[in-house]
Design a protein around this ligand. Structure first.
Ligand code: PLP
Length: 505
């Protein structure tokens, strides 16, 4: 031990200093008054969302105010809140609105609003330690193990979203296959395995990004071609694995899509599980939104084979309707998470009692050390609604997407561009007689028009080079009328745009 020098001046008794600052309010009662108003405003905001436009562009005054310089001194909270009400709150992307179906954006719940308040109230750091939030997260993980029919030995944690969940699952795969020493030496140097990971060309970009982050490089992702229904071609997959082995690569994992982001296509998970078993590869499922259908007895057969995965990544903030940002990763054998992430640090060793009694050290199961209490909102939701309500809502969204698919197939001018496998619908305005370029142009403009007029928020994609308007229905506020309004508007506006475009400028 180094000697610690003792100052020979004895400390004087603590003197009353002029001000000892804190961030707590001087007057809790005026804070309370404002806080009640904020809560009332928040409740009205959610209650009345249907009566507003899903999206409107930020006016210049808001942009100017949001570009102002670093504040040297503070203003009263009331004033900052007024600015927030004026410049921020009216200009969201719109994903809590009943007619927002862009990308895969979740809606949130009223109980989520309360749980977020309680998360900030407790401000827990859910690394580990003997505290109730750890038990809440463990309970939530247990519930999901049951939903996915994972064994008792499985484990997992709540992370920021599915990108992080996918990265976590793939890191577990890496350590499992390469052995624990990979954590010391990395994957550099002579004889280091050249890992490859397999998925479809419709896989989410966060998978190659995860490989990039892991140091394997994006080329380690083998984007296997798909069948006409956008599911992975398992024959092509097998060939690619064989070819890579011959060329000296070491196949590491197969990633199956439980709902591709583009079209909601469901890869044949059981077939992928079998290939993974035969080839001795880790089987990971990216179920960002689609895995949620496992809560429904009626729909879960579409994901046959998901229970055979070594790891599943899914979002809570998409089709489980929770506030951003929360996703979850489950690993069939929790030890594989611990092997991939556990650290021993003298300042973080479990003790026999007190706060540091070991319950589960979540920081041993993932990348993050300090962790937000992300499990609370889903805990609230599952307890207040029951898993059955989630099943009915997810079934409702699937029926709505299927209804819209039929509506589009019966339209004279709108065209369904991909089968509705689950809850994603891709379509375009196609009255006939237009070239591919003209079709892309008119549909590009049509989408912007639908968004700008505040009708609805679909997003876009390209399928085989053709521009399409894309909806992912993960919205518990949407009604059939909302889809009808969007479809009817697309028919009218498409015709109007075409008329304008055909007139010489
Ligand atoms: C959204 C999505 C992701 C990424 O999830 P985040 O929560 O946005 O990080 C990954 N895969 C699929 C299929 C997705 O839809």
């Amino acid at each position: 031990m180094p000697r610690i020098r003792v100052h020979n001046k004895t400390p004087s008794a603590p003197r009353k200093v002029a001000v000892e600052r804190t961030l707590d309010p001087e007057n809790w009662e005026s804070f309370r008054t404002l806080a009640h108003r904020v809560l009332d405003d928040a409740i009205d905001y959610v209650r009345d969302v249907r009566h507003r436009k899903p999206w409107q562009p930020l006016p210049d005054f808001a942009k100017a105010s949001l570009s102002a310089d670093l504040p040297e001194t503070g203003q009263p909270l009331e004033q900052v809140y007024r600015e927030f009400r004026q410049n921020v709150m009216p200009y969201p992307l719109g994903n809590i609105h009943p007619r927002h179906w862009g990308w895969v954006n979740g809606t949130g719940t009223p109980e989520g609003l309360l749980s977020e308040l309680l998360v900030a109230t407790m401000n827990s750091n859910v690394t580990g330690h003997d505290q109730a939030p750890v038990w809440v997260e463990l309970q939530v993980i247990d519930w999901f193990k049951k939903i996915f029919r994972f064994p008792a030995a499985a484990g997992g944690l709540v992370v920021s979203g599915c990108s992080m969940a996918n990265l976590t699952g793939l890191l577990a795969a890496r350590t499992y296959v390469a052995g624990s020493h990979v954590r010391d030496r990395g994957l550099t140097g002579k004889g280091a395995p050249k890992f490859t990971v397999y998925g479809s060309s419709e896989g989410h970009y966060c998978i190659p990004r995860a490989l990039d982050v892991m140091g394997l490089g994006r080329h380690a992702y083998r984007a296997v071609r798909t069948r006409p229904d956008f599911t992975v071609d398992t024959e092509a997959l097998r060939l690619q694995i064989a070819q890579d082995r011959k060329a000296g690569f070491q196949p590491l994992a197969i990633v199956g899509n439980a709902g591709t982001v583009n079209t909601g296509a469901l890869d044949p998970l059981a077939a992928l599980a079998t290939i993974a078993e035969r080839e001795g590869l880790w089987f990971h499922v990216d179920g960002a939104f689609g895995a949620a259908v496992c809560v429904s007895e009626r729909l879960r057969s579409r994901l046959k084979g998901i229970a055979r995965a070594d790891s599943i990544a899914f979002d809570l903030h998409k089709w489980l309707y929770q506030p951003y940002g929360a996703g979850c990763v489950l690993v069939r054998n929790a030890d594989n998470l611990r092997r991939a992430f556990a650290f021993d640090a003298p300042y973080f060793r479990p003790l026999e009692g007190g706060t540091s009694r070991a319950v589960t050290k979540f920081n041993d199961l993932g990348v993050e050390h300090s962790r937000r209490f992300r499990a609370l909102s889903i805990w609230f939701s599952l307890k207040t609604r029951g898993v059955k309500t989630f099943a009915r809502l997810i079934e409702q969204n699937v029926s709505q997407a299927e209804w819209l698919g039929r509506r589009l197939q019966h339209s004279k001018t709108l065209e369904l561009m991909a089968p509705v496998a689950l809850n994603v619908v891709v379509f375009r305005f196609n009255p006939g007689g237009l070239t591919p370029d003209q079709l892309n142009l008119v549909n590009h403009r049509l989408l912007i028009e639908i968004q700008n007029r505040g009708i609805a928020v679909p997003s876009s994609t390209h399928l085989n080079g053709a521009f399409g308007l894309r909806l992912a229905v993960v919205n518990h506020r949407s009604r059939l009328d909302d889809f009808e309004l969007m479809a009817a508007s697309a028919e009218t506006l498409g015709a109007e745009l075409l008329h304008k475009m055909s007139k010489p400028a």
